[in-house]
Design a protein. Structure first.
Length: 148
């Protein structure tokens, strides 16, 4: 069980992870470099599965993902609300499901590393927050003034 402050730190930590890991997806140039690195790593380690070459539409999808996730991460870094953590947990479980699907259909096993982190951050963000610390601090966390 998290305190409100601990939970905000988890939300912020997961956002920093997303920003660091996903920033390279945001542009065609940075993603091309990342793709090359991951391909070389997979080949060097003789990992099963493939990391196919990307066509322009694949690159577009990767760049859209990177852009949206980076914006979502910055929002959670600047304002790590509990509600955002809960939504992020749902998104992580969805990402994990699609990563598992891709792995089952021959994707590079380098994806396993990302899958583990998605599940870990998702689980951390669905754990309960203690009511005593949450009840008194939520309105102030959102910048809302309680009405009488």
């Amino acid at each position: 069980m998290w305190t409100s402050t601990q939970y905000r730190n988890v939300v912020r930590g997961s956002a920093w992870y997303d920003l660091i890991v996903t920033a390279a997806f945001a542009t065609p140039w940075s993603f091309a470099a990342l793709h090359g690195f991951l391909t070389a790593l997979s080949q060097t380690l003789s990992l099963p599965g493939e990391l196919p070459a990307f066509e322009p539409v694949h690159m577009l999808m990767a760049n859209l993902l990177g852009s949206v996730v980076c914006v979502w991460a910055v929002l959670r870094i600047r304002d790590p609300q509990a509600l955002y953590g809960r939504y992020d947990a749902v998104a992580r479980f969805l990402f994990a499901a699609w990563q598992a699907y891709a792995l089952a259909h021959g994707a590079s096993s380098t994806l396993l590393v990302f899958l583990v982190f998605e599940l870990a951050w998702g689980i951390a963000q669905v754990l309960p927050v203690s009511k005593s610390s949450r009840a008194g601090s939520l309105p102030q966390e959102r910048g809302v003034t309680p009405h009488s």
